[in-house]
Every structure is written in C-alpha cells, then in structure tokens.
Write a protein of this length. Structure first.
Length: 91
C-alpha cells in the first residue's frame, strides 16, 4: 500500500520519506511545487495542498494511507473521515 507523506519536502518529512524507503515502502509525497521537491528516486510526487480537499483526493487516487508530518494541518479533512490515515506506518 502506498503511503502519502505530507510535508515531505520539509526537514522532518524528508526523514519520514527516507525511513519509509529504507523499509521498502512505496511513498507518494504531497507537495505544492513538484518541480522543486528534490526527493529521492522512487518517490512518487503528487501536486497538492492540505488546504484543498480536491488536491488531497487526487493525491489519494489509487488508494493508500497518509502520514501527517508535525507541521501539517488537517484543515481540508475537517468533518471528513480520516480512516485512510495512520499515525505511523509499520513496515
């Protein structure tokens, strides 16, 4: 199952991405600026923003779970089920 990482281009998010890759987990990174993301090989980059429900829906296309990084908000998910989200995926 692919894991969507928000804040993947930030300091903590980059460590989360590296941890998941080291444990052979498929990773999709949500970023507002894909061209500038500079993420490791093997990371699928999804353009979007946490404040846009439509952007999050697109990032979740194909299924998956989300890993919320510490500075990420849940604004776009207020009033919605977050059953596809987890606090920390285990390999």
């Amino acid at each position: 199952m692919t894991i969507l990482v928000t804040g993947a281009t930030g300091t903590v998010g980059r460590h989360v991405v590296r941890h998941l890759l080291d444990h052979r987990q498929p990773v999709r990174a949500l970023t507002r600026h894909p061209a500038c993301a500079a993420l490791p090989a093997g990371v699928e980059v999804a353009e979007g923003d946490l404040t846009s429900a439509a952007g999050l829906e697109a990032a979740f296309d194909g299924g998956g779970r989300a890993r919320w990084s510490p500075r990420s908000g849940r604004a776009a998910w207020s009033g919605r089920s977050c059953s596809r989200c987890s606090s920390w995926p285990t390999p």
